[in-house]
Design a protein around this ligand. Structure first.
Ligand code: UDP
Ligand code: MG
Length: 152
């Protein structure tokens, strides 16, 4: 299993406005994952239509669009062993009411349309999402000093 797998994690506008992003970043750092890119950015409609391409025909799509355009998003990329799947576990279920306490959505959210965070659902999706939200040169290459304390 590769230690250089990557996932795209975005704190949505509600998570940013509620000041929850330090806590969210901590959970990924504490687990042992490496931050390789981060920026506070406003999404735009073409980007979101591509990001959520599989959901365009859903009845909730218009409200999802306006939610994601309602303020800045904190876009991040994380790297590490099994980070895509583990990231989804850290997030919890799409519906915060079905998310266990201890997960990010389970601890900090109530409504599906205000579930504070996005995480890629597969390695393939992660690659697409990272390329969509970040330029290549925004992904930083470095070795974390704690690396040998995380990986044997
Ligand atoms: N969403 C919603 N209502 C639904 C399903 C999804 O508002 O019935 C929103 C929710 O914010 C979710 C996003 O659309 O996070 C993307 O949906 P997806 O099924 O991809 O869930 P995720 O991968 O974010 O858990
Ligand atoms: Mg999804």
């Amino acid at each position: 299993m590769s230690n250089t797998e990557r996932t795209f994690i975005a704190v949505k506008p509600d998570g940013v406005q509620r000041g929850l992003f330090p806590e969210i970043l901590s959970r990924f750092f504490n687990k042992g994952y490496k931050l390789v890119a981060i920026k506070l950015t406003m999404a735009n409609e073409p980007l979101l239509r591509e990001h959520y391409a599989d959901l365009q025909s859903k009845p909730f799509f218009p409200s999802l669009l306006s939610y994601m355009l309602s303020g800045p998003v904190l876009a991040t990329v994380w790297e590490g062993k099994d980070v895509v799947k583990q990231g989804r576990i850290l997030l919890g279920a799409t519906n915060p009411l079905a998310s266990a306490p201890g997960t990010i959505r389970g601890d900090f959210a109530v409504d599906m349309g205000r579930n504070i965070i996005h995480g890629s659902d597969s390695v393939e999706t992660a690659e697409k999402e990272i390329a969509l939200w970040f330029k290549k040169e925004e992904l930083v290459d470095y070795k974390p000093t704690l690396y040998s304390w995380i990986y044997e």
